[in-house]
Write a protein that binds this ligand. Sequence first.
Ligand code: HEC
Ligand code: HEC
Length: 273
Amino acid sequence: MRQFFSVVAFTLLTIGFFAGFSNFGIPQIEPAPPPKEEKIALGAMTMEDFIALGERIFKGKGTCTLCHNPVGGRAPLLDQIGKVAAKRLADPRYKGEARDVEGYLHESLVKPSAYVVKGFGKKGTGDTVSPMPDVSGGSIGLSEAEIAAVIAYLQSASGVEVTVEIPAGAEPAAKAEKETAGEGRPLYASAEEAMRELGCGACHKVAGEQGEVGPDLTHIGAKRDRAYLRRAILDPNADIAEGFEPDQMPPDYGEQLYAKELEMIVDYLAGLK
Ligand code: HEC
Ligand code: HEC
């Protein structure tokens, strides 16, 4: 009888194992649902999702990595920012209103000149004016919910406590997932749209934007011909505009733009007399 039970138990276990294996162990080959534009249901998000959202915004829509990257050194790296922020608050040069790390990060994003990291200020201002745009305005235009997600990401990535709360019922940030690069995206309809999506205005005065990092492009067509402009976009280090440094402008626009869009931008800039 005992033997009978152990045989039954063994059989059940074996069946159970294979049933479980076929359910969970073998990857499903159901077709994936078609990709859809991200509507952020903030209510249904875990903190992990929220931090991941912040990372996508940091690298995508927020255009933060245009400047905050290890190449070029045009902006400080942010991998330790959670710890650095505490020091900023104690610095006598700090003239903002933040009381904690979260507050400092929020202020850095919407009022960058409240504290300007030494050596990174706008030229000729003695580090009192930041060249970083207010990321809640202009072409970047992050909502409060998106800013909160970016702060959560920065806190998490720099190893400090994430103090941000997931905002309830905030404006859904439907465009967060929009990629600037890559195949399969529709053509930008105009030079202005292309430049908005590619973040040119974060660094340049152009198409209504007020970037401070690169040369003013509002009359660029009076100075430069089409061949120069095309080269300036495809290979920014080929000529360095007077008074500026190399390695500041992203070198990969050639990979992000369809040829037709590049020509639209070149035409647009050449027409700015
Ligand atoms: C056009 C270039 C540019 C863009 C785009 C940009 N930044 Fe900055 N950022 C800077 C520069 C330059 C500084 C240093 C000057 C200062 O302190 O404001 C800075 C400073 C900061 C600081 C304070 C750093 C410190 O050590 O105290 C934070 C935080 C920050 N940026 C976050 C962001 C985030 C997040 C984004 C995207 C949503 C972003 N930045 C987009 C150029 C940029
Ligand atoms: C992260 C900052 C940054 C971004 C983003 C950026 N640029 Fe620039 N750009 C610069 C800097 C700095 C210079 C000057 C140094 C040089 O000539 O490479 C420059 C130079 C130029 C010049 C040459 C100006 C001259 O007088 O010689 C053109 C044209 C230009 N950029 C167009 C663009 C366009 C179009 C975009 C978007 C597709 C763009 N830039 C995005 C920083 C940027």
